[in-house]
Design a protein around this ligand. Structure first.
Ligand SMILES: [Fe+2]
Length: 246
């Protein structure tokens, strides 16, 4: 889910990457929409605090990152993983290995603790602590610091065959922000033309390609290509001032 947007956004702005949130029917899941909406708002506040902490740690002026995330581009994924035992040796995982794309991710986990991170050539289990959020950095953080901050490779390996529930809130910079290095962090942050939304779209496509069986990827390829093209078109229009910043 993301911020509430008018239901016609995707019609009036055909290349917009946003669409209204879709919740289960109230009769099926009473209170769900409100709970998730409240949680989303809380993640926005916590995310702003983490951003301030990052600015302090990186020794950049307060507000540097906040200004790059003025639209509070926060997306959230509420997931139920099926109780299927993973088989990493045969590349059957609850969630394939990937790096997150945005600036950072705030993750809450309940149930199965299958999260693993890749450190020094091995996969290490990360046990969630009740009442705590796991925070990991994304590729955006890596790019704007020329690799000083590290986006960790991670996956979900369901070892016990039990249900897993997670809520991941992804805090990203505004769509129009160019991923050039912050002051004092060199010049290797990525090509100047690259913006966060292009990065998101391209990583999403790479992730889909690795997560789906080849036949499934080929079957949906026209859709994936269209999404990527939409992302590029939107950015071109934003850069030209034709579309407002998302
Ligand atoms: Fe992730």
């Amino acid at each position: 889910m993301g911020p509430a947007v008018p239901s016609r956004t995707h019609v009036t702005q055909p290349h917009s990457l946003t669409a209204p949130n879709i919740f289960p029917d109230k009769d099926v899941a009473p209170g769900f929409a409100q709970s998730v909406t409240d949680y989303y708002a809380a993640m926005g506040n916590i995310g702003a605090s983490i951003m301030t902490a990052l600015e302090t740690m990186l020794q950049v002026p307060q507000g540097t990152l906040q200004d790059m995330a003025s639209k509070k581009f926060l997306t959230m994924m509420v997931s139920h993983y099926m109780p299927t035992v993973s088989d990493p040796d045969n590349n059957r995982l609850a969630l394939g290995a990937h790096k997150d794309i945005g600036l950072f991710t705030m993750l809450a986990i309940e149930g199965n603790d299958g999260l693993e991170i890749y450190v020094d050539d091995e996969w290490l289990a990360v046990a969630p602590k009740p009442g705590h959020l796991l925070v990991n950095l994304g590729t955006t953080a890596e790019k704007i610091t020329s690799g000083y901050l590290n986006a960790i490779l991670h996956r979900v390996n369901n070892r016990s065959g039990t249900d897993r529930y997670s809520v991941a809130a992804f805090y990203s910079l505004d769509n129009h922000v160019r991923l050039t290095p912050l002051p004092g962090y060199g010049q290797k942050g990525g090509p100047d033309k690259e913006t966060t939304a292009e990065l998101v779209a391209e990583h999403a496509m790479a992730f889909i390609r690795s997560a789906l069986p080849p036949a499934g990827y080929e079957a949906g390829r026209h859709v994936f290509d269209a999404v990527l093209e939409d992302a590029r078109t939107e950015h071109a229009l934003v850069q030209q001032g034709v579309l407002p910043v998302a």
